[in-house]
Design a protein around this ligand. Structure first.
Ligand SMILES: C[S@@+](CC[C@H](N)C(=O)[O-])C[C@H]1O[C@@H](n2cnc3c(N)ncnc32)[C@H](O)[C@@H]1O
Length: 473
């Protein structure tokens, strides 16, 4: 290891920055964040540094650097554009065992500034020891997306309980067990949704050993299948859950991302083959939460669009179970984007209707006169089996048989297939191409834009999709 990562407390400690320009200003700001006592030495200073000095935040010494400026300093940064000055700073500091950093000259650094993920008081530092700062920055960006914002407030809250916990539990092992329980509890999600009061009350309860573990349910939309379309929140909750309740629409790649040791329960629904009744799923969620479990109820697309999310949340609310709802990209949005079909377009469609081809058992008919109106797009979910009926009704009520249609099977997934046809030929094309679930029908002039705008058949996207585009005009 070339550099030992340590976090230093610079509160009021004397540090020196040699230089008076933009680079010196940047380093000076980093030191000020850590509340160091900063002196800068240079023949002249930029206006921002003069401002910091006028606010009594830094001391400016207008002079050429000499060894005496190092007196009493813990750290020094050489941030001038003069190589020989930088070299001198390095040699003199090194001779005195003062930590030194020459900006952009890694061999002349006895300390370095890592890339930082800042969730104060949690701080993550990443360093490539000067070999690949851009790579370190990219790693930092990855971590930024993975580490939730509420981690900082959570650390602050639990920090305020440390003394109480120490007083309550004399043995280290007991304290550790208590904290494990806290981080597995709904204290975390309370902080996550900004309920600091609730989290504080629960911590007090846990400390008095009064609070039962409180379960909760996250109703999470997983999008149409491409795992990269998951929201950050969805991913975080999937990795926080004790139990994941899922159905067939959630892709395998997405299921691979749930917490490794979570219990998985499939309540899969396939048309005509409801393996678990909806009422049983609702009850299952309530029961699991009542056992104190954190339950991730993960659903394809968006939970509130043809996903029965509404029904499940109603039951949770009736039983006073805590829940969070995370929207997902619905199939119409995901499939159309990946097929290069804008759902609205000023020249072709001023409205969009989301429609289900699979109605409730009371046989209630769709409003065909409204659906057959021109200048709108229909995104039809679960429409494959009913396609002969859909086709016949739309034509009967006035939609032209030549209206463009796209059938998108396994949208956004590696196996995505797009069949382009027209309304008069819809059912026959579905049969001919053996379209399987999940598939979405897009009916309207915009579907014809697929030929122009399909993008996964070109450039970088081609490798992500194993199946070639099927175009049947
Ligand atoms: C029960 S609905 C669930 C919809 C989901 N909640 C959503 O917002 O996308 C299932 C239907 O959504 C459509 N669907 C979902 N994912 C799809 C995908 N990746 N490709 C094509 N259609 C999809 C299909 O019409 C499928 O039959």
């Amino acid at each position: 290891m070339q550099y030992l990562p340590i976090f230093t407390k610079l509160d009021n400690k004397p540090v020196l920055v040699v230089g008076g320009g933009d680079v010196a200003l940047r380093k000076c700001r980093a030191f000020l964040k850590a509340r160091a006592s900063v002196t800068l030495v240079a023949p002249e200073f930029c206006s921002e540094l003069l401002e910091h000095a006028s606010n009594n935040e830094v001391i400016l010494t207008q002079a050429y650097f000499d060894e005496s400026h190092l007196d009493g300093k813990m750290l020094v940064i050489a941030a001038t554009d003069n190589e020989s000055v930088n070299n001198t700073v390095f040699e003199l500091a090194n001779k005195r065992n003062v930590f030194v950093n020459v900006v952009d000259d890694q061999p002349k650094c006895t300390f370095i500034f890592p890339s930082i993920v800042d969730r104060d008081p949690i701080t993550i530092a990443i360093s490539s020891a000067g070999t690949a700062p851009v790579l370190a920055r990219r790693l930092r960006e990855k971590l930024e997306t993975l580490i939730p914002q509420h981690i900082g407030p959570l650390a602050t809250l639990v920090g305020s309980f440390r003394d109480n916990v120490k007083a309550r539990f004399k043995h280290f092992a007991d304290r550790r067990q208590f904290w494990e329980g806290v981080f597995d509890s709904s204290v975390v999600s309370k902080v996550q949704v900004g309920d600091t009061q609730g989290a504080t009350a629960q911590l007090h309860g846990m400390l008095d050993a009064k609070a039962e573990p409180e379960g909760e349910v996250y109703v999470v939309g997983a999008g149409p299948g491409d795992p990269e379309l998951l929201t950050l929140k969805a991913l975080q909750l999937m990795q926080q859950a004790d139990v994941v309740v899922y159905d067939y629409l959630v892709s395998d790649e997405i299921m691979d991302l749930v917490r490794r040791d979570a219990d998985l329960i499939c309540v899969g629904k396939r048309l005509g083959n409801h393996s678990v009744k909806q009422e049983d799923t609702n009850q299952l969620l309530v029961n699991l939460a009542r056992q104190g479990k954190k339950v991730c109820r993960i659903k394809g697309g968006d939970p509130f669009i043809y996903g029965r999310g509404g029904e499940e949340v109603q039951v949770l609310a009736q039983h006073d179970v805590r829940y969070q709802i995370v929207p997902g990209i619905t199939a119409a949005a995901g499939c159309s984007a990946y097929a290069g079909i804008p759902l609205t377009h000023r020249d072709h469609a001023q409205a969009i209707q989301f429609v289900t081809g699979h109605c409730k058992k009371d046989g209630q008919e769709l409003d065909w006169p409204s659906l057959a109106k021109p200048n709108q797009t229909l995104a039809i979910y679960m429409g494959v089996l009913k396609s002969p009926h859909i086709q016949a009704q739309l034509i009967k009520y006035g939609r032209d048989a030549s209206t463009p249609v796209a059938i998108i099977e396994n949208g956004t997934r590696k196996e995505q297939r797009v069949v382009r046809t027209h309304l008069g030929d819809l059912a026959q094309q579905i049969e001919q191409h053996h379209i399987v679930s999940p598939a979405l029908l897009i009916i309207g002039e915009v579907a014809a834009l697929h030929e122009q705008l399909a993008w996964f058949g070109s450039s970088a996207q081609i490798s992500s999709f194993a199946q070639p585009l099927t175009d049947v005009a």
